[in-house]
Each structure stands twice: as C-alpha cells, then as structure tokens.
Design a protein around this ligand. Structure first.
Ligand SMILES: [Zn+2]
Length: 212
C-alpha cells in the first residue's frame, strides 16, 4: 500500500473518531506502520482540517524531520511498534468511559466474557506518567503486554491491531466494556467470571482468530 493511501486512511479514521465522539478536537491519534517506520499526524491538528501533508513519518529508530513535529504522543506508538512487531496500526483515544475508568486507575476484570477480546483475562490500566514522555510510553508497553488494548491512567485508552480496522474496532469495544463495567461498579452487585470461565472464553477467541 502506498504511503499516500495510508495517510488518507489515517485521516479518514481520525475524522471518524471525532464524529463518533471518541475524541474531541485534536485529542488522540492514529498511526499505521509503513516501510521502516510508521505514519502519524503532526502535533495539535484537528482531524476536520487534516491534509495528506499533515501526516508525518517516523523511522524505526524514532527519527523524524525536524521541520515536521509529530503528535506529542508519538513515543507511545514508537515503543509499541518496537516491542510488538506483529502490530500494524495503533489507535489512541480520550473516549469518555475509558477515560473515566482510567481516572480510577483500576484494571477492568473479567466481568464480561468480551473482556477476552482484548487478548487476556483482564484489561490493564497503565501506571501514570506525564503525557508525551518516554516514561508513559514504557508504562503503556507494560500494560498492553499480551493484550490488544489498555487504559492509560488519568488519560484514556490505546488499542493495537494487525490492521487499522482491527485497532479501530477494539477502541470501540474497549469503550463499550469501560461503560458497562462502570455501571457494574456502581451497582456493586456484579459477579465476575472465574479464572476458568474467562480462560475458556480466551481460548475460544484465540482459536476463532486462527481459523477465521
Ligand atoms: Zn492522549
């Protein structure tokens, strides 16, 4: 796929995230892996005005053109691609319910079998660090280990995929789970799945993935 096609794909999906209220204004970002690096929007731009030239390239060593300042969260993307070579796209959102849960700094436990779609028996919340820092990027890499998504303390969420469609889908899936779990927390009456039950679900999800 050409770089221009990938840049257009990023812009289309950035607009979609604003339209669906997953992000507001210039919040969040999307990156897609490209040859020897990845593509990501420049810093502080609103998706509604984004043009192809507003998407910049960062190489696999984290180098970029000095005249093209990338999104402040580029390190989060760079560290994830370095650790998870199977990943081709990353979606970062400040969506409402994931952000609310992230402010509680709690992991989402196995309250619903769909938690396993995120790749594990729970969904982690990364430790807090200032936005845009290497420390935050490292904390996220730890929280998303063996998972397809995580919460980011007092911040939002991030999801990863083999392609952009999967990463976008998981962002919405994580947002839905966060909302559901918030109401379960309020009720104080929810019942969690046992480790055996969520592990069974997880196995079904991984066999589904490998056969479809
Ligand atoms: Zn952010």
């Amino acid at each position: 796929m050409s770089k221009n096609f990938l840049k257009k794909t990023i812009i289309k999906n950035m607009k979609h995230l604003v339209k669906t209220k997953m992000n507001l204004g210039s919040e969040g970002n999307i990156s897609i892996k490209s040859e020897n690096g990845f593509l990501i929007p420049k810093s502080g731009l609103k998706p509604c005005n984004m043009k192809i030239d507003d998407i910049t390239f960062i190489d696999s060593n984290g180098h970029f053109s000095k005249s093209e300042k990338p999104s402040t969260e580029w390190k989060m993307h760079h560290y994830i691609y370095k650790e998870r070579t199977e990943v081709s796209a990353i979606v970062h959102c400040h969506s409402m319910w994931a952000s609310i849960l992230s402010c509680l700094r709690i992991n989402i436990p196995a309250f619903h079998y769909m938690v396993s779609e995120m790749g594990g028996i729970d969904i982690k919340c990364s430790k807090y660090a200032t936005f845009g820092t290497s420390k935050l990027a490292k904390n996220i890499v730890l929280a998303i280990k063996d998972r397809n998504g995580c919460l980011i303390s007092n911040h939002g969420q991030v999801t990863i995929g083999y392609n952009i469609e999967q990463a976008i889908h998981l962002a919405f899936a994580l947002e839905k789970l966060a909302k559901q779990f918030y109401f379960c927390l309020l009720s104080k009456k929810n019942k969690l799945l046992s480790k055996k039950e969520i592990t069974e679900s997880l196995q079904l999800f991984s066999s589904y993935k490998s056969t479809h």
